[in-house]
Design a protein around this ligand. Structure first.
Ligand code: ADP
Ligand code: MG
Length: 713
């Protein structure tokens, strides 16, 4: 047995109680988990600061001072111990809420200590809560390292005595036991070629770095290892699929495609043509297509979906297009009808002969009778294209021959929901799958999350689009903003006004929304102005009615929460006002802005914020005002917030549990790791060669590690 699989409770100094705590708090179950729990920061223990130089923004500091005063304040459970220490430059309060008695007995007036902790501010004064104290005489345990790692921790761990010092000591014990037995998990030839240091050395140095140079090498090795195994596992899945002939072969383009293509009122963009070609190649290959189509808002993905559906039909199969909301499904259906109805008879009935070109819409609000007809039409094959919402994945929806499933704005669907579509046609090959998303996903993230999907990108907008002018304004400009809206409405245009919706304070958010709505109705009185409101608390019916009023031009202003973020296409809308814009993330702001600028008129996005906003928020707002490139914004967003926050990451269902690499910062290593993985697989796609046997074993270990979705970083 691999010694790294030993349960952590058997490590001297741990035992069952601490083991269960480590499992709960840090997900550490085995020796391996412990070894792969890395410091997130290092402190140079030889560096002692003056108390006077401490500022609250410092992460961790170390000072040397004498205890000059002690007080215990508060009552029973709320009591606290304050130990004041002083050096030649000033005084500092150390605050303890736990272990008061122990600490009080230990620290005597006049004693000198090395104090290590994180500065915080209380009542305008800098202090330190629960720092670590060490006598300067007692030689600090450095384990031969000049840098001390700071490990992730939690309140509960600290309160149970597993401080950073204790954790470090346990790590030293562990390395003492397993250190020399740590086996390589990447074949020697790859280690040599990539110029990485051996695993054993890396794991020692990452915990107890002899110096910064060694730390750098250790961190590179471990990041590479992590990303390489991840890429290898994802690419291998893809390669195995390519080797199996498991898809529906669709050799023809078909008459429907050609007829529609020739009738289009505009030329497809170069990017649209390229993407359709990529899709077409997949569909005729005999392998199942699993393709992600990325394209910024307004880049014309819907049309690509339609053309793709027509290929499926041209080969005698059915297609379905699934959208995340009813409004979007209706919109897609409307578009489909617009393009297809002039060319083909699209109506279908129960009695229509097979071979008709039926298109249908199925949503949660479809009536029972209609639903039964649709079920029948799908089973018998009269319906060629069905557009719908989640209703499409219900069990009673069965196709005669589903050849293509298009999923729009995929981040709203989980993997489990998607895979239900696979089994809609009994007994035959799974349908081709095209997943579309308008959330621009940075390359590094896409490579990781969708490593098993082919990726197509529409990186070109249809011609004639005017850029959206983005303006930052504060409350003092509200009157001017209203004025501007009135002018736009006088020109016959429509306006979105969006309020943030953040779940923690849902009640307050709705209060804001409602107050905002009242203010708008007052400033824009009916009947001169018609204002509609849409939010998540409304019934589906109400939401649809109001949304429709705006889409059809019966309302001038739409007040909404971010529910309108996805996909809605109202070319006549030229102004997007975003209230409390500082509360939105970059990607979300970009999605919202994408709702305007879809027609031929000049469009505007007005970002309203408080007069005082954080530096971080200001940076986001400035960035929005300076670029419209969704990919630039997504990259920046990821750098600023970490990829875990990017919408869809969590729901995408891919097990990404990176312990040391960061998708935002380690893009270069990721590319290198992916390239290396590709090279390995290009000669040995299924890793059957002797020289790669170790990799197969490493992948098995790697996959057995339970994924922790809460820590994508
Ligand atoms: P997306 O779904 O990518 O956000 P849509 O497919 O809704 O974008 O397209 C946005 C608008 O652009 C639609 O009104 C559509 O008819 C139009 N459009 C799509 N492709 C082209 C093109 N090649 N030339 C001109 N207009 C186009
Ligand atoms: Mg769309």
């Amino acid at each position: 047995m691999d010694i790294l699989n030993t349960e952590i409770q058997f490590l001297p100094g741990v035992g069952p109680k601490r083991a269960s705590l480590l499992a709960k708090e840090l997900n550490i179950i085995t020796y391996r988990d412990m070894l792969y729990t890395f410091p997130f920061r290092y402190v140079d223990r030889t560096n002692i600061q003056n108390i006077a130089d401490i500022v609250p923004t410092m992460a961790y500091v170390q000072i040397k001072g004498k205890v000059v005063a002690k007080t215990i304040a508060g009552e029973r459970r709320k009591s606290r111990l304050v130990i004041t220490v002083a050096d030649a430059t000033g005084r500092l309060d150390l605050v303890f809420f736990q272990g008061i008695k122990w600490m009080n007995d230990r620290a005597r007036i006049g004693d000198e200590y090395i104090v290590f902790g994180k500065p915080s501010v209380f009542g305008g004064e800098i202090n330190m809560v629960h720092p670590e104290l060490e006598s300067p005489g007692a030689k600090a345990a450095t384990y031969g390292s000049s840098l001390t790692g700071v490990y992730p921790s939690t309140e509960r761990l600290k309160n149970s005595g597993i401080t950073n010092k204790v954790f470090t000591k346990l790590m030293a014990t562990l390395l003492g036991i397993v250190g020399n037995g740590i086996q390589e998990n990447i074949p020697e030839y790859i280690v040599r070629k990539s110029g990485i240091i051996p695993r054993r050395e890396a794991l020692k140095s990452i915990h107890f770095p002899p110096g910064t140079a060694e730390l750098g090498k250790a961190s590179f090795r471990l990041k590479f290892e992590e990303l390489f195994l991840l890429q290898l596992s994802l690419l291998k899945q893809r390669y195995s699929r390519m080797y199996e002939e498991d898809g529906i072969r669709m050799p023809a383009v078909g008459e429907a495609f050609n007829k529609c293509y020739n009738a289009l009122p505009f030329d497809l963009t170069g990017a649209q043509k390229r993407v359709i070609r990529e899709i077409r190649d997949d569909m005729k290959s005999g392998r199942q297509m699993n393709r992600l189509l990325q394209g910024d808002v307004g880049s014309g993905k819907t049309l690509v979906a339609l053309m793709t559906a027509l290929i499926a039909i041209g080969n005698g199969y059915q297609a379905c297009i699934m959208a995340p909301t009813e409004v979007l499904a209706q919109q897609h259906f409307g578009n489909l009808k617009k393009y297809l109805a002039p060319l083909f008879p699209v109506d279908w009935t129960e009695n229509e002969a097979e071979g008709g070109f039926g298109i249908a819409l199925l949503t949660g609000s479809s009536k029972a009778k209609q639903r039964r007809m649709i079920d029948k039409g799908l089973r018998e094959g009269h319906i060629k294209i069905i557009v719908g919402t989640h209703a499409l994945i219900e069990d009673n929806v069965v196709f005669r021959s589903l050849g293509l499933a298009v999923i729009d704005e995929q981040h709203r669907f989980g993997v489990a929901q998607r895979s239900k579509l696979w089994n809609k046609t009994e007994g035959s090959a799974p349908p081709h799958v095209l997943v579309m998303t308008a959330t621009p996903i940075p390359r590094t993230l896409a490579m990781t999350l969708y490593g098993d999907l082919e990726v197509s990108v529409i990186d070109e907008l249809p011609p004639g689009r005017k850029p959206v002018r983005t303006i930052h304004a504060t409350e003092t400009k509200r009157a001017a903003m209203y004025n501007f809206i009135q002018q736009q409405i006088a020109l016959g245009r429509q306006v979105f006004i969006v309020y943030p919706l953040i779940f923690e304070s849902e009640k307050m958010d709705y209060a804001n929304l409602e107050k905002g709505y009242e203010a708008i109705v007052e400033a824009f009185p009916f009947p001169k102005y018609r204002t509609a409101i849409v939010h998540g608390k409304q019934s589906n019916e109400e939401k649809n009615r109001n949304m429709k009023a705006f889409v059809e031009g019966r309302a001038d202003i739409l007040v909404a929460t971010s529910v309108i973020e996805v996909g809605v296409d109202v070319p006549n809308a030229t102004v997007m006002v975003i209230e409390s814009a500082e509360r939105f993330g970059l990607s979300q702001l970009h999605q919202l802005r994408g709702r305007v600028g879809r027609g031929s008129e000049s469009s505007y996005c007005i970002l309203m914020t408080d007069f005082r906003i954080s530096r971080e928020s200001k940076k986001r707002i400035d960035l929005m005002c300076s670029t419209e490139d969704g990919f630039v914004l997504a990259e920046e967003d990821m750098k600023m917030r970490g990829p875990g926050d990017i919408e869809g990451t969590m729901q995408s269902g891919m097990p990404v549990d990176l312990k040391i690499a960061s998708l935002g910062k380690d893009g270069d290593i990721l590319e290198f790791a992916r390239k290396t993985a590709r090279e390995v697989l290009s000669t040995d796609p299924l890793l059957q060669m002797e020289s790669n046997a170790l990799l197969l074993r490493s992948l098995a270990t790697y996959r057995d590690t339970p994924a922790d979705y809460s820590k994508i970083s």
